[in-house]
Design a protein around this ligand. Structure first.
Ligand SMILES: NC(=O)c1ccc[n+]([C@@H]2O[C@H](COP(=O)([O-])OP(=O)(O)OC[C@H]3O[C@@H](n4cnc5c(N)ncnc54)[C@H](O)[C@@H]3O)[C@@H](O)[C@H]2O)c1
Ligand SMILES: [Zn+2]
Length: 384
């Protein structure tokens, strides 16, 4: 990309990932515009203090045609981060914000022949469901999400899906790093809309000739992660629980693992793909490439906060939860990406930040009954 083409639109630029992309771009000399509707669930107190004053801030909704058209004018690169996410009960809203919002944005750029040079869209490793796994008998396999009935019976393993003469193998598998070539599809409403977003962007790129990249983020955390949203962000939820002297709640047996990536590493990946043409037209994993169990995570956070409370595992599970998914980050490594912040360093940064946020309320406790009523959290019912 030519050096003068450095005007970015960051949708969702007030959020966790978007705001760190904004800061990085500004440091790199870009001109930055933010479009963010300040979703109340995420931004309970309105516009957050971290929105960089050196960026042009526009409050507006990606669903709104004229707002988007205007926001996309005089822009070279779009970083499309705005989305509805997490374990929310809604269905239609995901489709409207994520799928429809993205489709309409692409249509606006095409129909008005806006001179956009690149679109980078925030996808998710959620598109892989359980990702790649190893069966002791069948080797490399791609299991689907575990059925709710299986979890209800207290069986949390990921079983081999291979059919042998009409019978499912069913052996427990071990998780292995998931490369981009792994078949995905989306088995939750959120994941489905992430699949929509990345497919829409990548196929539109092929049709229009405009370079695109879909970044499949792993579990991202860091300063600015909403402290108000009880539905998403395991690190934020564990921290607010502990700071309110409530034990973190582990679903399943707490041995499920996450690929946790510090938000500044995710922001850097965005800059790298925006300024290189090597990965154009592709889905690209970005994460830490490491697995951490949720129980270990609770322990690390507890130690860093200096609040020793044993996590609670109450025999609950969330249908649709991924057991273990590690991103294979070889592809993005080819353009110089390397995660730079370890989990301990990243959590220390988060804890340091949370201490500047005044009193933090335990929104999770308030949301719990609703989560159960809507079946988002369910109980294991061992057979009698
Ligand atoms: N955080 C993660 O672990 C993770 C993992 C994979 C993918 N992602 C994706 O990364 C992107 C950014 O996520 P995040 O973690 O920064 O979330 P976030 O909630 O902190 O930020 C999203 C921002 O988008 C804004 N927004 C939501 N709906 C909007 C709308 N209709 N119009 C305009 N703005 C709107 C919100 O106000 C918020 O500021 C999302 O697309 C998300 O799906 C995040
Ligand atoms: Zn098998």
């Amino acid at each position: 990309m030519q050096s003068h083409q450095k005007r970015a639109l960051v949708t969702g630029g007030a959020g966790l990932i978007g705001s760190h992309i904004v800061d990085l771009l500004l440091r790199e000399g870009w001109t930055v515009r933010i479009l963010d509707n300040l979703e109340p669930q995420t931004h309970k107190n309105g516009k957050p203090s971290w929105v960089n004053p050196a960026a042009e801030f526009r409050q507006g909704n990606v669903q709104d045609y004229d707002t988007m058209h205007s926001a996309l004018t005089d822009i070279d690169v779009v970083f499309h981060e705005a989305a509805y996410g997490g374990y929310m009960p809604e269905m239609a809203k995901y489709v409207l914000v994520n799928s429809f919002g993205t489709a309409q944005m692409l249509e606006i750029i095409r129909d008005h022949q806006l001179p956009i040079r690149k679109v980078v869209v925030a996808s998710s490793q959620a598109v892989y469901s359980e990702g790649a796994a190893l069966c002791p008998e069948h080797g490399h396999v791609v299991p689907l999400l575990r059925p709710a009935e299986q979890l209800r019976a207290g069986d949390f393993a990921v079983h081999c899906p291979v059919l042998v003469e009409g019978i499912v193998c069913g052996k427990p598998t071990a998780s292995i790093p998931t490369p981009e070539s792994t078949p995905g599809g989306g088995e939750t409403v959120y994941a489905l809309t992430k699949v929509d977003q990345e497919r829409l962007v990548l196929l539109w790129g092929k049709q229009t000739g405009i370079p695109t990249v879909a970044l499949r983020y792993s579990c991202t955390y860091g300063p600015r992660q909403s402290l108000f949203n009880p539905y998403t962000g395991v690190i934020a939820i564990f921290c607010t629980r502990l700071l309110n002297h409530q034990p973190p709640v582990l679903y399943e047996d707490g041995s499920q693992t996450r690929d946790l990536c510090f938000v500044e590493d995710i922001a850097r990946a965005n800059l790298l793909v925006a300024t290189s043409d090597q990965l154009d037209g592709l889905p690209v994993n970005v994460g830490s490439g490491r697995a951490t169990s949720v129980r270990d995570l609770a322990r690390i956070i507890s130690a860093q906060l200096g609040i020793a409370l044993e996590p609670l595992a109450r025999g609950e599970f969330r249908p649709g939860e991924i057991r273990s998914l590690i991103s294979d980050i070889s592809r993005i490594r080819t353009i110089g990406y390397e995660p730079q912040t370890t989990l301990e360093q990243g959590i220390a940064r988060y804890v340091e930040w949370i201490r500047t946020q005044g009193s933090v309320e335990d929104y999770f406790a308030k949301a719990e009954a609703g989560l159960r009523a809507k079946g988002i959290v369910q109980s294991v019912q061992p057979s009698r």
